[in-house]
Write a protein that binds this ligand. Structure first.
Ligand code: NDP
Ligand code: OXD
Length: 314
């Protein structure tokens, strides 16, 4: 029995060091160590290389370092009969909640406009709208979307949500499915994307979507905040919309290509707030504790938590 740690772009050694005492006596190995593929019963993976699962014939579960599993599900050679557990954790959830609250507040106070004016030593007397006049719509009413909406309840925004199935969230007007999308968008001033990336949601943040948002409350136009995946946004549409006034501003934590190339016109847009996919990172200590618990509990006979539904793609 052993746990293989396969984390691309992450300090893999640090995770191994933290996991070892927590799952002992189970062996924990890194990709470059010597191990027998048949002894691997769990893999902790992030953006796995193609062939990452080759020869791993005794897997009991694949553990996703991230809450989003799009890259994992796209991995060539991913075994189709092994359950996938994703990372769902209060630490990650509160990081995302805080990112969304920070960005919604910044845009409701017209931050990008005042920042641009300051850089030009210009006194710009624009007046932010009252919070009670602003509608914040969250796409995705899962763990992260609901946490963000719940935190936003302390302000006076009207809160809206959109999901696949009709979802009841206290104090939130919810919409569902393709039929509910336009009604949801037409009432939204600040659109927050917290969807998983699936064939249905790829490219959903496009020019058509931007054009359907409510235009008459924020003085410079509606805003989008994308903290989900770069594949949700069509960046050429975004650049155009942020330039021609279809959108007043944006906050982007994720990009079609990461790191965002230095040549991207998004960098130069004063009404676009950019962060490098850090809205909610998987904290090594919290993650090691979570995954060790999943393994220990499963070895003791408990069912695996937070399973990915491969049919739905999240
Ligand atoms: P969940 O699986 O808990 O929630 C997903 C939500 O999206 C559900 O409400 C689901 O609807 C909805 N949804 C899925 N497909 C559609 C669709 N076609 N139409 C409408 N709604 C849909 O995910 P989490 O909240 O845990 O995470 C969301 C995403 O956030 C992750 O997939 C990941 O990509 C991203 N993320 C980004 C991070 C960052 O640092 N930038 C960090 C962590 C996550 P229903 O309820 O009906 O199933
Ligand atoms: C995740 C992420 O999916 O960090 O958890 O993007």
């Amino acid at each position: 029995m052993a746990l293989l740690v396969h984390l691309n772009g992450i300090d893999e050694a640090r995770w191994v060091e933290l996991l070892r005492p927590l799952v002992s006596p189970m062996k924990v190995v890194q990709r470059d160590e010597d191990f027998d593929p048949h002894e691997i019963t769990y893999v902790l993976a992030w953006k796995p290389d193609s062939g990452a699962f080759d020869g791993l014939t005794n897997l009991k579960a694949i553990l996703s370092y991230g809450a989003g599993v799009d890259a994992l599900l796209d991995c060539p050679g991913l075994p189709d009969d092994v359950p996938i557990v994703r990372f769902v954790d209060p630490d990650l959830t509160s990081r995302m909640r805080d990112y969304v609250v920070a960005e919604v507040l910044a845009h409701s106070r017209l931050e990008t406009r005042f920042r641009a004016a300051q850089l030009q030593s210009r006194w710009q007397e624009a007046v932010p709208p009252r919070a009670e006049d602003l509608n914040v719509g969250v796409m995705g009413l899962g763990v992260l979307g609901q946490a963000a909406l719940s935190a936003l309840s302390v302000f006076d925004y009207e809160r809206l949500g959109w999901s696949r199935a009709q979802t009841v969230v206290a104090g939130v007007q919810s919409f569902s499915g393709p039929d509910g999308l336009d009604r949801f968008l037409s009432r939204t001033d600040i659109l927050v994307c917290l969807l998983p990336l699936t064939p249905e949601t790829r490219g959903i943040l496009n020019r058509q979507t931007f054009g359907k948002l409510r235009r008459d409350v924020l003085p410079f136009g509606p805003v989008i905040i994308n903290a989900a995946r770069g594949g949700h946004q069509v960046e050429t549409d975004l650049v155009l919309a942020l330039t021609d006034g279809t959108l007043g501003a944006a906050s982007l934590d994720v990009f079609e290509t990461e790191p965002l190339p230095a040549t991207s016109p998004l960098w130069g847009l004063p009404n676009c707030r950019i962060t490098p996919h850090i809205a909610a990172v998987s904290d090594p200590q919290a993650g090691a504790t979570y995954f060790a618990r999943v393994i220990r509990d499963h070895e003791a006979g408990a069912p695996l938590p937070n399973l990915v539904d491969r049919e739905r793609g999240y």
